[in-house]
Design a binder for this molecule. Structure first.
Ligand code: BES
Ligand code: ZN
Length: 615
């Protein structure tokens, strides 16, 4: 009976999924699909501009459709041409609609015939939301400029006119010209020994969705980690990065042993300047990585495991719209944690899960119920804002729940076949529920109930029946914090010699919202938190300092906020600052100085905080 009801529910869900379209794209992939992209562009640092042309090879589902609709944002379109196989180029008419602040401008090209190739000549704006142009002073070497893209979620359209939806995949080639002496890299094949002459060609022969389009240009060098893995970075950073990320090849091997061969040939890391707005971005063959995870003791390398894991969950099997982002990020967080467990042991994996749980609980306290479900009705207006801990951590914990109930001996092969059977495809939550019902459930029909699945997928919060990880090491940290708070021991008497980042993070996170000034002074004298080079610690320490009115931390805090542009690290401190009038003024002042060095995505997030009415 239970199964029958379940099957009905699935049919219903499948019907809904078919009707759904990507609400963050104007494209009409049911009429015509881009299959290959040929880029020929110049990266011009003087003008902060990419210009050139994009050739889109099309597959017409409806040859009579008469138009090609693309996504753009702040692009200048100079000319559009269409080509048929047996004839030359025809100039085509096009219109650009009014600009929507989140979706950009709809580009409609009139196509009286189903052209096989459409060529668009275009230029980007110096304020393109998906690009950051850095003055030499904002790089590690301070001599050469730097430019990089960040396309996820809907920013590819600000540097290439595309069907900017994860439901469409295409292959691409590119010819990129830039200043001689600078190296250009893309989410494609990056020959380590290309001559540094400012003229580069790339090919990505596996079909990818548009949010994985990526480019970076700067004074970059390459060092291998293994035959197929290596690091690209500025000369000043590369050695520290190679040391920190030396386990990358072993991570690939662990993932392969669980989920099948790595399908993208090379796996390289590109270390960006500190203004990179994210921790990492899984651009295929070349993950983009913040330098703030180079802690010196490998304690933050789970970020590499995460971006690598996307080579299966996300890049190979892709959420078909941002509503289903848990299929990318939840699966990836789960795989990340399996890699961490295999390489660094269960205690390390448990510490990371407990810290994730703390973060999830904090966010759940603020989120509306509709934002707390894995299956979302809408990804909201701006998909950059859908980036909560829910798809990441609740998604991960849901997969851990399935793993516990079915056992790894069933669950691991199940996940592997999920990746194999949907490889190079797009999926939604209904696809996953069907796959679960047909492949996993029959192996142990009593293992879970439909009610339990619904609680994870469609109800807010963390299900009460969830069995979440605990950590002995972090329990010891709780005990240490408690002894100090109750005055039983002085901070410097705590035995913290063997603590790594996660223990420090947990130590600070468990503090009361505010501490008396002299308690902060004591902590700071014992552990020197103020001025720490560890962004995960700074991210928690400065907000505590702000809430507690510990003004001594301000100069170092300001430095931190100006040096780093990674959103997750700096937003909590801005958020704590804007809670008071004086703090808000201080935050404004820092932001004004830092803004020129921030990425457009970070500027938007900080600006939104500063504009928020005081609570
Ligand atoms: N793909 C994400 C980054 C992303 C998501 C950018 C959505 C834009 C929209 C990336 O894989 C990621 O999750 N990065 C995390 C690190 C991770 C260890 C949680 C980050 O940047 O903090
Ligand atoms: Zn991710």
């Amino acid at each position: 009976m239970r199964l029958a009801v379940f099957a009905l529910g699935l049919l219903f869900a499948a019907g809904l999924a078919q009707a759904a379209r990507d609400e963050h794209s104007y494209a009409e992939p049911d009429q015509v699909v881009v299959r290959d992209l040929g880029l020929d562009i110049r990266v011009d640092f003087g003008a902060k501009q990419i210009r050139g042309h994009a050739d889109l090879a099309l597959e017409w589902k409806n040859p009579k459709h008469g138009q090609l609709v693309l996504d753009t944002r702040d692009l200048s379109i100079d000319k559009v041409l269409g080509k048929r196989r047996d004839s030359g180029w025809y100039r085509l008419k096009f219109t650009l609609d009014k600009r929507d602040p989140i979706l950009g401008q709809k580009l409609t090209i009139k196509t009286p015939r189903p052209y096989e190739v459409i060529r668009i000549r275009y230029r980007t704006s110096p304020d393109a939301s998906g690009l950051q142009w850095l003055e030499p002073a904002k790089t590690a070497g301070k001599k050469a400029p730097f430019m990089f893209s960040q396309s996820q979620a809907v920013h590819a359209r600000s540097w290439v006119p595309l069907q900017d939806t994860p439901a469409v995949r295409y292959t691409y080639s590119a010819h990129v010209e830039t200043d001689p002496g600078l190296i250009a890299l893309m989410s494609a094949d990056n020959p380590p020994n290309a001559p540094r002459d400012g003229d580069y060609v790339f090919r990505m022969s596996q079909p990818i969705p548009s949010y994985l389009m990526a480019i970076a240009v700067g004074d970059l060098v390459f060092r291998p980690i293994s035959e197929r893995a290596g690091v690209w970075a500025e000369p000043a950073t590369v050695d520290a990065a190679v040391q920190e990320f030396a386990d990358t090849e072993r991570m690939i091997q662990v993932a392969e042993s669980l989920y099948g061969p790595y399908r993208w040939e090379r796996y390289d890391l590109l270390i960006l300047p500190p203004s990179f707005p994210f921790g990492g971005m899984e651009n295929p063959r070349l993950s983009f990585i913040t330098p703030t995870v180079i802690a010196g003791d490998k304690s933050l390398v789970s970020l590499i495991a995460h971006e690598l894991a996307h080579s299966w969950s996300g890049n190979l099997v892709t959420n078909s719209s941002w509503k289903d982002i848990w299929l990318n990020e939840g699966f990836t967080s789960y795989v990340e944690n399996r890699i961490v467990e295999a390489l660094y042991g269960k205690p390390q994996a448990e510490m990371e899960n407990v810290i994730s749980l703390t973060g999830l609980r904090q966010e759940l306290a603020e989120l509306k119920p509709a934002q707390q479900t894995l299956v979302l009705d809408s990804a909201g207006a701006d998909p950059d804002d859908a980036l909560t801990a829910v798809p990441y951590t609740k998604g991960q914990f849901f997969l851990q729940f399935l793993e516990q109930r079915f056992g790894r001996e069933r669950f691991d092969p199940f996940l592997r076949s999920w990746f194999d059977q949907h490889a190079f495809g797009s999926v939604d939550s209904a696809t996953f529920e069907r796959f679960l019902a047909t492949v996993l459930l029959p192996q142990a029909p009593e293992a879970v109930t439909q009610g339990e699945l619904d609680a994870w997928l469609r109800e807010p919060g963390i299900p009460k029946f969830a069995q979440l990880d605990t950590s002995e090491r972090l329990a010891a940290v709780d005990a240490a914090r408690q002894r100090w708070l109750s005055g039983k021991v002085a901070a410097k008497e705590l035995d913290t010699r063997a603590w790594i980042t996660q223990e420090w993070v947990h130590f600070i996170e468990g503090m009361p919202k505010r501490l008396p000034g002299q308690k902060l002074v004591e902590l700071d004298q014992a552990f020197r938190f103020t001025g720490t080079g560890n962004g995960e610690i700074a991210q928690r320490w400065y907000p505590l300092a702000v809430r507690s009115g510990y003004f001594e931390a301000r100069p170092a805090m300001a430095e931190f906020l100006k040096q780093i542009g990674r959103r997750k690290l700096i937003l909590p401190t801005y958020e704590a600052l804007v809670a008071s009038k004086d703090g808000r003024d201080f935050a404004r002042q820092i932001f004004n100085e830092a803004k020129a060095g921030y990425h457009p995505i970070t500027i938007a997030s900080v600006q939104a905080l500063l504009d928020r009415p005081a609570r």
